[in-house]
Design a protein around this ligand. Sequence first.
Ligand code: FES
Length: 208
Amino acid sequence: MSNEGFTAGGELSPERTPLGASGSAGSGSLTEVASSTPRRGWLMWLVGWGAAVVAYGAPIVAGLRAFLGPLGQKAQAGDFRRVAFLDAIPEDGSPLSVPVLADRVDAWNRVPNQPIGGVLLRRLGPDKVLAINVFCPHQGCAVEYQAESKRLFCPCHSASFDLEGKRLEPNSMSPRDLDILEAEVRNGNEVWVQFMNFRTGTPEKIPE
Ligand code: FES
């Protein structure tokens, strides 16, 4: 058996060591064995991290989206809120259009008094008010009061409603009447409305 390349003590001889770097077939196997061990370790580490990202990354991203998404940005709709004073509403029964404001909240911020919709208020008696959501149930345009014809009119596709919010055309573009909201007069002169928006395009009144 030849001891070429090794010292008497079995160590690799110094003059043979550069052959591993020369790329010759015979000596290359020694250096590849030496250098492939750390390379294999890195590969295993990367494969492990890839598996962890696949296993845990998607749920983490989904959780962040839920945290930062629309559910985290609710505008506190559905609560009673004061929208007007009674004495500002015309006594002749014509509607007053007022915006509805609420604090908009996301993951880090609360922005006060942001518009979330609007209502038409009609005075029905000394302590009774009719509140109609201003959004048309067809596609959500804001309806307007037309004093000449005493009706509510949607400018987007020409749907008309009476002052109770009922559809006037038998083949109305709107799939339902305007959405009536709960309203109360409190403390003699304050008008409070339980404000909410509803899904458009459906015959049913479905809160959003
Ligand atoms: S949005 Fe009102 S009729 Fe279409």
